[in-house]
Design a protein around this ligand. Sequence first.
Ligand SMILES: *Cc1c(COP(=O)(O)O)cnc(C)c1O
Length: 406
Amino acid sequence: MSTNVTRDTFDQVMVPNYAPAGFIPVKAAGSRVWDQQGREFIDFAGGIAVNSLGHCHPELVATLTEQANKVWHLSNVFTNEPALELATLLTETTFAERVFLCNSGAEANEAAFKLARKYAADHYGADKHEIISCTNSFHGRTVFTVNVGGQPKYTEGFGPNPAGITHVPFNDIDALKAAISDKTCAVVIEPVQGEGGVLPATQAYLDAARELCNQHNALLVFDEVQTGVGRTGSLYAYQEYNVTPDILSSAKGLGGGFPVGAILTTSEIAKSFGVGTHGTTYGGNPLASAVAKKVIEIVSRPEVLAGVRAKHQRFVDGLNAINAKYNVFKEIRGMGLLIGAVVSDEFAGRAREFLKAAEAHQLMVLVAGLSVVRFAPSLVIEDKDIDEGLARFDAAIAELVAANRT
Ligand SMILES: *Cc1c(COP(=O)(O)O)cnc(C)c1O
């Protein structure tokens, strides 16, 4: 068996559904990453808002190692201490009274949408099954979740599509008002649209969504897969807006890099997931649960959440300073450490070129859609790493601009 794999190996052995960067990271610590050639990168991508505490955080390594020496997996035929401790902590730190554990964001949303339908069927009959979601939203890649998502390019070719899903423009109260009815079982919203371009919901929109759901006995579902676990400066973004959903999905940052997902809900709604109605073999396994519990503990520390707000400002100030030099962005937006830089019309549809330029300067960034450069670094990224990363970003943009404006 060959161990000298390279980036070319990807094209030879992997299904071609991804287009990974040209280098292969082999080692990482905090917000620094080293590739096969020993080149050091600064990580502003954070595993797509997953590595909430950076890479190989010592407390997470210790927790994972300790649990690895106790018990890895039991299945849900048996419960386990880490899962119960994680769920207890989530009920203590959020609106939730009940928790369902799974392994990814798509699975969390699949469970959330199924629960919303089941709850409506149990209480109001099968006619109340319509799900309202937002244009440009992203909720995962299973057939159900990808159809609740509002990006038609992701559903093309996978039909027939599940029925009973409508999309309305994000942040448009009148459109939601016009679409909602007594047939609506759930309204699904990302408090900040992540994949759709790092676009925060307005306070008025979430307030109105809550009110309309109450009027129509529909459940308000917040997809906090990307915004959760400290990303916006509160443990969950709903706390930032002070609008409480009925069901909340969490994943990505929850495991800090270990796969895990969860839905949070009330005892009343949870009753609709009675024994045998839903399940997952790996969900709530001891390894993932132990790590997630430690992540929640650390992120909940006041200094970590305060740090997210301070670092947000440092990022935004730095990006504005870069933009004052090169005039390549028309808006810097986002919350906490989920930040989007919308490229100017000159670079419309070409955000990926910024990502490529950053890679050449040993900086990892993300895009969100075609025209937004996205930053989702560790919540505990050190200020010196922010400054060094921004300096590299500055150099990358200087090169990009020079190549485009001469
Ligand atoms: C990433 C993401 C998902 C999907 O999560 P996976 O773990 O990739 O299945 C769902 N919703 C939102 C808002 C996301 O950002």
